[in-house]
Design a protein around this ligand. Structure first.
Ligand SMILES: *Cc1c(COP(=O)(O)O)cnc(C)c1O
Length: 365
């Protein structure tokens, strides 16, 4: 064997997979700022006493051994809290990993994902990465789901999975549970209901799980439970559906330290309730504050963020950032022209945001 390339050493790489061409890597646009209101995180870190308990739990973790691949202790805790069995729960490295696994297990070349834009952009990106065709049914002007159009499309057949985000990110409204039930009855497509923010909306379609094998619910520790840094999310679903997810997952994606942290937090989840209620209360105050700022249209939210519209939102985003306030800019995203999203933070953070926005808005009148 005399390789032809032996004479001239190469220093180049052939193109990556075709579905990556022209794609932008995901960028959360997380910048340093005094007031961080861009990523829908809980503004309060885990309290000191719980952190000490977490430290004790981590100290017991053997670091030289592989973790329990399925995190069965956590599965049992989550199952019990939801009136389900262990085999109906699956943990993932953040909800994001489980979303990717959804596209791996139910998508792929020749298969179709029904998307309800504007919504979480990760869904369409995962479809693209896995060669899954995306069928868009855009939301109405007020961002409610075009329910009849969705039902009509699934009735035509050929949809392999869809994701209904409830509350929707970034627009904030819940999906109607009557609609979700009609959807589950109308199709055998896998219907994921993304309840990443359910602790703030206090609405879940979990009661439908027993009746509908094609329903799977996504939850996360990142938002209400202050663990965005830890990367843990979970699914509730039918045991046969969970089994398909287990086939595509990386066996050790949920590390032993994260499992230990999440066990402590889940066991103590009632302690997070006052902070969650404070965010819900602040949400009403921020919405009210936004409605008093000239030129601003705010959308009601069942979540821990509020989307609002303001002319030249990209410039407004900059002016807010210059004043130390980081919010999320959606103004160049499809269907979200002139929209920004602000996370509900602590009272003083929300006041800083409202004061800065008021100043910017009045200067632009
Ligand atoms: C934050 C979020 C998730 C999951 O986030 P992880 O940090 O990966 O658990 C899932 N769906 C939506 C709509 C979200 O906003």
């Amino acid at each position: 064997m005399f390789p032809r390339w032996g004479l001239m050493p190469m220093n180049s790489v052939r193109p990556s997979a075709p579905q990556l061409q022209g794609m932008e890597p995901y960028d959360p646009k997380y910048l340093p700022a005094d007031t961080l209101l861009s990523a829908n995180e809980n503004p309060s870190d885990v309290e000191e006493e719980l952190r000490r308990e977490i430290q004790r739990e981590i100290r017991r973790v053997p670091l030289n051994r592989y973790p329990d691949p399925l995190a069965n202790e956590l599965r049992d805790m989550i199952a019990e809290a939801n009136g389900l069995e262990r085999d109906q729960i699956l943990l993932g490295n953040g909800g994001d990993e489980l979303l990717f696994n959804t596209a791996l297990a139910w998508g792929g070349p020749g298969r179709k994902f029904l998307n309800l834009p504007p919504t979480f952009s990760v869904y369409a990106a995962n479809a693209r990465l896995t060669g899954t065709e995306v069928v868009d049914i855009p939301r109405r002007a007020d961002y409610s789901i075009d329910e009849e159009a969705v039902l009509a499309r699934v009735a035509q057949g050929g949809i392999d999975f869809l994701i209904v985000t409830s509350p929707n990110n970034p627009t904030g409204e819940l999906a109607d549970s009557v609609f979700i039930e009609r959807l589950l009855e109308a199709t055998d497509a896998l219907v994921m209901v993304d309840e990443a923010y359910f602790e703030f909306s206090r609405h879940t379609v979990r009661p439908l799980l027993g009746k509908h094998k094609n329903l799977v619910i996504l939850r996360t520790f990142s938002k209400a439970f202050s663990l965005a840094a830890v990367r843990l999310g979970y699914l509730l679903g039918d045991a046969d559906v969970i089994r398909e997810f287990i086939k595509v997952r990386q066996p050790y994606s949920v590390d032993a330290v994260s499992q230990a942290i999440a066990r402590v937090v889940f066991r103590n989840r009632a302690k997070f309730e006052p902070a969650i209620q404070a965010i819900v209360d602040e949400r009403a105050r921020v919405l009210d504050g936004l409605s008093r700022i000239p030129g601003v249209t705010a959308y009601p939210s069942e979540s821990n963020y509020i989307m609002f519209r303001i002319k030249d939102a990209g410039e407004v985003w900059n002016s807010l950032y210059e004043r130390g306030v980081l919010v999320r800019d959606f103004s160049r995203a499809p269907y979200l022209e002139d929209c920004l999203r602000v996370t509900v933070g602590k009272r003083e953070e929300n006041d800083a945001f409202l004061a800065a926005l008021k100043e910017v808005a009045i200067a632009r009148l």
